[in-house]
Design a protein around this ligand. Structure first.
Ligand SMILES: NC(=O)c1ccc[n+]([C@@H]2O[C@H](COP(=O)([O-])OP(=O)(O)OC[C@H]3O[C@@H](n4cnc5c(N)ncnc54)[C@H](OP(=O)(O)O)[C@@H]3O)[C@@H](O)[C@H]2O)c1
Length: 343
């Protein structure tokens, strides 16, 4: 690890701000949500290094909290970008060589494109490795499936586009249904990959009912995919943060399997301070990409906007290089609970 450079990873409170802030200071969990929401939105709160990341007891990085909620980032993108910028300043002051854009900090900066001009620190949205891990998880889950008609919801986003290109290149599914709200970008992506795999598009979530598996890669502060959208026995791989499925879905549709997507196992990793909502030794794939770049001593930006497939291969190579520390998909879980006998 001689070339390792410290890294930082940005997170923000998700759908229920009080619940996430209680990870830092438990009493905040008892403050009414409306009050915490208004305080976080209105007060000029500073970014906060909420935990130190250790690998085999050696410090390697920091998790930095952007004190702005998921709804705030999407609803007030100008202010959101400013808050993300302040958090990156803080990461640079902590000595990070590379910073990862967690969850909607990537969406609000156009996948990091608005940060290209920064020369003091490398930026990555972490989406090359996220797409790679989601592809690995999907193909494992579909291993013995008789049919592989796959819907990608959020197909035109940073992770979504990369995943669509990976699946089309491998020819590993029977068909693709690309779903998002914007039709022109869907049509362009379908035209690009349609020669490799039968591809259709839709702006209506109900159309995923014709698919065996649904990969959820949207950027929304609330649940989007409901029981009414899914075929009997469908598989849902949900890699969104905040989650765009609700645990109620699993209760309403016991025939459906909802799997947590984009979670990576790094057994020797510990967080000193607040946790990020995953069991010890697990990290989000975008976090893992930033971690790998830090371990490799990477300088400059990496995944910005839509990652290239070369970047996916590069980061997969880093995961192999540091495989002694884990860096593979975590065992399947559903809303954090281990899935026994997953497909
Ligand atoms: N688990 C992990 O490690 C990990 C890593 C990276 C990202 N993520 C999560 O993955 C998700 C995608 O990230 P990203 O950076 O790729 O986001 P992004 O670039 O902003 O893409 C979002 C995609 O979702 C679509 N979309 C947004 N709202 C929608 C809606 N209501 N209905 C249908 N489609 C909708 C967008 O297209 P339209 O605007 O045209 O609808 C776009 O295709 C986020 O939740 C992020 O937090 C997880």
């Amino acid at each position: 690890m001689s070339t390792a450079a410290p890294f930082a990873f940005l997170v923000h409170p998700r759908s229920r701000i009080a619940d996430d802030l209680a990870r830092i200071w438990r009493p905040l969990g008892h403050v009414p949500e409306g009050l915490v929401d208004a305080a976080v939105r209105k007060l000029p709160l500073r970014p906060y290094a909420m935990s130190r990341v250790d690998l085999d007891h050696e410090p390697v990085g920091h998790v930095v909290l952007v004190p702005f909620g998921a709804k705030h980032l999407l609803g007030l993108p100008h202010e959101g970008r400013a808050r993300v910028g302040q958090a990156i300043d803080h990461a640079a002051r902590l000595g990070a060589g590379v910073v990862g854009l967690g969850a909607l900090t990537a969406t609000v900066t156009a996948g990091g494109a608005t940060l290209r001009g920064r020369t003091d620190i490398g930026v990555t949205n972490g989406n090359a490795y996220t797409a790679a891990i989601v592809e690995d998880q999907l193909l494992t889950l579909l291993d013995d499936a008789p049919e592989r008609r796959v819907a990608i919801v959020g197909a035109t986003g940073s992770v979504g586009t990369t995943l669509v290109r990976l699946l089309a290149r491998a020819g590993s599914v029977d068909s693709l249904l690309l779903v998002a709200r914007g039709a022109p970008r869907l049509a362009a992506l379908a035209a690009e990959v349609g020669g490799r795999v039968p591809t259709s598009t839709s702006t209506d979530l109900h159309d995923v009912r014709g698919c065996d598996a649904v990969v959820l890669l949207t950027a929304s502060s609330d649940a989007l995919l409901g029981a009414e959208h899914l075929a009997p026995g469908a598989l849902v791989l949900d890699a969104t943060q905040p989650r765009n499925t609700s645990p109620d879905l699993a209760d309403a549709r016991p025939d459906v399997t909802v799997v947590d997507g984009g979670v990576v196992s790094i057994p020797g990793m510990t967080l000193k301070g607040a946790d990020i909502g995953l069991p010890r030794g697990q990290a989000y794939a975008c976090f893992a990409e930033t971690f790998l770049l830090g371990l490799a001593g990477h300088t400059g930006h990496f995944s910005i906007g839509v990652p290239t497939l070369d970047q996916v291969e590069h980061v997969r190579g880093l995961a192999r290089r540091f495989a002694a520390h884990g860096f593979g998909a975590a065992l399947p879980a559903s809303f954090g609970r281990p899935l026994v006998g997953a497909r």
